[in-house]
Ligand binder design. Structure first.
Ligand code: MTE
Ligand code: LUZ
Ligand code: MOS
Length: 770
């Protein structure tokens, strides 16, 4: 089965929020963001804007009829600022006008005077000031303090990790339509319709049931719309409330980049102790998360950093500390991997440092310490199979790490200013929301009398193929063709209290809910077949290729006849299915439990080539073995693997967020924020899937796929470092990502060079000259 939207996407016919026919009297909304990163508002004068052409309303915090509060976990985030501003771009006021351009033009006529306050952008500084969000947390396994004595070597170091823009193609947007009796219908580009429903109800001061949120699809979310679609939907609803007219808000790209949060930057200190044969014995790490100005999802993101702090390794003594540090940047938020990648980068850096100290390869240490069946994570859960080691050994068998490394070594011997590097990246990622309660989903299935089927779930299509998966699961379970299935919009009146589409778990949760709903309908239909065909054993009735079979043999009835007979027998042809992931729990007092239904495993190997005079590099190859379970749709899942990898590579290499000293965002357009493109992708990209890898927890044996492949990208950082070391073994390399070409150049040429590399060395000044 093809991606169900493939044709309409390519033709440009797929509809997003802004593509739906516009009501004739629809108004447009523009948002004024704070011009400074921190300060108290002395005065705010909206009157200039109200006089502008086409302007219908200009609104600020005191126009909010309900509670001006949208913080999802901790109530520390105002929809519109009141006394204080906390980051550049924080929404201050909105203009509602007849046209998009008129609304934006009027923004400059709003007068705001702010007394500036000092700002903090560094998480370590915020931590020293005691400005943390929620509580700092620590996961502990074994006894780290007494384990150092058993170690032959101990390495320490510091990591710095930048954030990342989501760059969904469709920027944040929403359309709100006022209905009778204080009702509001909101079309939102959100991963979490219920988050929008709850926040809009709070802001307008009405009950949840007054707000209907509807989502057809997203032009990408990547976590950036898990929570941060909410303010824009609330602002559109606020404007619709005051004007009584439909209102649409579309953030221009530039505003989207300035006003919304990104992946969390982190800074970390690590200490890793090993035996001389490379066994990791003790790991002590402190993560300082740069949370931005308000909590958003930061505490949950930080929790995943703790869970993935040891990646796919067993370390008998580990202490993982993390804190959310408040800074004057936009509130950082969910981004594919959700704190996991940051935790993994640090342990991979510690391994790189240890490999130097032991004069061995990173792979020797990695391989020796990979998780085995029944090993325990630092949060108490046991590994339930040996797939971490399986993906490593299958990758080694298929791609031959030894030969790849040897090829790189020989190349480097023969070349002076061009160097290659090799690295391997194992990934182990837990599947389930770490907040156990979110692991629930509903599905509503209707069968119509012509045999066509309507499926509603709480899952959001954001390009990842959810709709395709739901259609496939519904069709397969009913024994009919996918042409009979229509997957409906995601709507809060059909599915209540839905969790966000996130944590890679959308197909698992909503697919299982769909199977429960179709299972109920099938049971009823089988009873109808028994009665009307005068048969006796329900379990012998099956439906395959739209034919009703008994003991595998045709009965002469087809799907449509069965459905029509059920209707005339007055049998319900609709069902609601509810699924809650079984056997998961977590105790936050003890920091122990079984938070994940299962883990996804994989191993990736990378080769890179650096031009050491210019700092430029290319990725020669990425070779993966990935665990998809038994995929529902292999093509869709391969798309997820390649897309996730691309995003991870970009995060590690090109994508650099720049803020100036006053907290102003400099890389605020796609001209200054460099994304990887198709040419940047590895020349060789090989993806093998683990075979015979059924997963009992996923629908039809499948495994979640959305996030884990992003973390393979981390490997390229270490491949680049290895190439750099071949050029200049004494270079002072930093565990500082992204490793942009500029940083490669500077790090290669700021330290003294060993004699054998002197030949290749040209003074940076001379390079400039030439
Ligand atoms: N793929 C596309 N094309 N667009 C997206 O926005 N989001 C990613 C991933 N893959 C995303 C994507 C993120 S962050 C998550 S959590 C998962 O998809 C969500 O979908 P799933 O739960 O169905 O995997
Ligand atoms: N969102 C969330 C997530 O609320 N909880 C999670 O555990 C999670 N994990 C990954 C991505 N989003
Ligand atoms: Mo994905 S970060 O769980 O939206």
């Amino acid at each position: 089965m093809k991606h169900i939207d493939a044709v309409s996407h390519v033709r440009g016919e797929s509809q997003y929020v802004d593509d739906m026919p516009q009501p004739a009297d629809m108004l447009h909304l523009a948002v004024l963001g704070s011009p400074v990163a921190h300060g108290t508002i002395r005065s705010l004068d909206l009157s200039g804007a109200t006089k502008c052409r086409g302007v219908v309303a200009v609104l600020s915090a005191h126009h909010v009829p309900g509670d001006n509060q949208i913080g999802p976990i901790i109530p520390d985030e105002l929809l519109l600022v009141e006394e204080e501003v906390h980051f550049v771009g924080e929404p201050v006021a909105i203009v509602v006008a007849d046209r998009f351009d008129n609304a934006h033009k009027a923004l400059s006529k709003i007068k705001i005077e702010i007394d500036e306050l000092p700002i903090v952008t560094d998480p370590r500084e915020a931590f020293e000031n005691g400005d943390i969000i929620g509580a700092a947390r620590t996961f502990v396994l074994g006894d780290v303090d007494s384990a150092w004595d058993d170690c032959d070597i101990v390495v320490t170091g510091r990591c710095d990790l930048a954030g990342q823009e989501h760059v969904y193609l469709e920027t944040q947007r929403a359309r709100a339509i006022p209905l009778e009796s204080q009702g509001m219908r909101i079309f939102s580009s959100t991963q979490s319709p219920y988050a929008v429903q709850k926040a809009a109800a709070k802001v307008l001061g009405v009950a949840h049931h007054k707000i209907e949120v509807d989502v057809k699809r997203l032009g990408g979310g990547f976590g950036g719309k898990e929570d941060q679609a909410t303010p824009w939907a609330c602002l559109a609803a606020l404007a619709a409330w005051h004007t009584g007219k439909p209102v649409e808000l579309v953030l221009p790209r530039h505003q989207d980049m300035v006003m919304t949060g990104k992946r969390h930057p982190y800074s970390a200190d690590f200490k890793l102790g090993l035996s001389k044969d490379g066994k990791m014995l003790a790991y002590d790490v402190r993560h300082y998360q740069n949370s931005g100005a308000s909590a958003d999802l930061s505490t949950a993101v930080m929790e995943r950093t703790l869970f993935h702090g040891t990646n796919g390794y067993f370390i008998p003594n580990a202490r993982i500390f993390a804190a959310c540090c408040r800074t004057n940047l936009p509130p950082n938020t969910a981004f594919r991997g959700f704190g996991g990648p940051q935790g993994m980068f640090v342990i991979e850096s510690a391994i790189a440092e240890a490999a130097r100290a032991l004069s061995c390869s990173r792979e020797e240490i990695q391989k020796k310490n990979l998780l085995r069946d029944k090993d325990t994570f630092p949060y108490g859960q046991q590994v339930r199979d040996a797939r971490m080691r399986r993906t490593w050994s299958e990758a080694d068998k298929a791609y031959d790490f030894g030969t790849l490394r040897e090829k790189v070594r020989r190349f480097n011997e023969d070349h002076f200013e061009t160097k290659k590097g090799f690295a391997v990246m194992p990934v182990c990622f837990g599947i389930s929301f770490t907040a156990t309660a979110l692991n629930q989903a509903g599905a509503l299935v209707h069968v119509y009398t012509d045999g066509s089927v309507s499926v509603s779930t709480g899952g959001i299509e954001m390009g990842q193929g959810l709709t395709t998966n739901m259609a496939h699961i519904a069709a397969k379970s009913l024994g009919i063709g996918t042409a009979r299935i229509k997957v409906e919009t995601t709507n809060t009146t059909r599915i209540a209290n839905m969790s966000p589409s996130a944590a890679s778990a959308t197909t698992d949760l909503n697919g299982n809910a769909t199977l429960i709903a179709t299972g109920q309908i099938l049971d009823r239909l089988k009873a109808v077949a028994l009665k009307n065909l005068k048969l006796d054993q329900a379990e012998k009735v099956t439906i395959a290729d739209e034919q009703v079979l008994y003991e595998g043999r045709p009965t002469g009835w087809d799907w449509t006849r069965l459905v029509q007979t059920a209707y005339f027998n007055r049998v319900a042809l609709s069902a609601h299915g509810f699924y809650a992931t079984p056997n998961i729990w977590f105790d936050r007092e003890q920091e122990m439990g079984r938070p994940f239904a299962y883990h996804v495993f994989g191993t990736a190997a990378f080769e890179v080539t650096i031009d050491c005079l210019r700092g430029l590099y290319k990725i020669d190859s990425a070779r993966l073995v990935h665990d998809l379970g038994r995929p529902i749709n292999e093509l869709v899942d391969r798309g997820q693997i390649e897309g996730g990898l691309a995003q991870g590579l970009g995060w590690m290499t090109l994508e650099e967020l720049k803020f100036d000293d006053s907290g102003r965002y400099l890389s605020n357009s796609l001209a200054t924020y460099k994304l990887p493109d198709v040419y940047f992708m590895p020349d060789i990209l090989e993806v093998r899937l683990l075979e015979d890898a059924d997963n009992p927890a996923g629908p039809y044996g499948s495994k979640a796929v959305g996030e884990p492949p992003l973390m393979y990208g981390i490997g390229v950082f270490f491949a680049l470092q290895n190439a750099m070391r071949s050029f200049n073994p004494d270079a002072d390399l930093k565990y500082d990502a992204p490793l942009t070409p500029e940083k490669v150049l500077m790090q290669l040429h700021t330290a003294s060079l060993s004699p054998e590399n002197k030949l290749a060395y040209i003074e940076p000044e001379k390079v400039k000259h030439e």
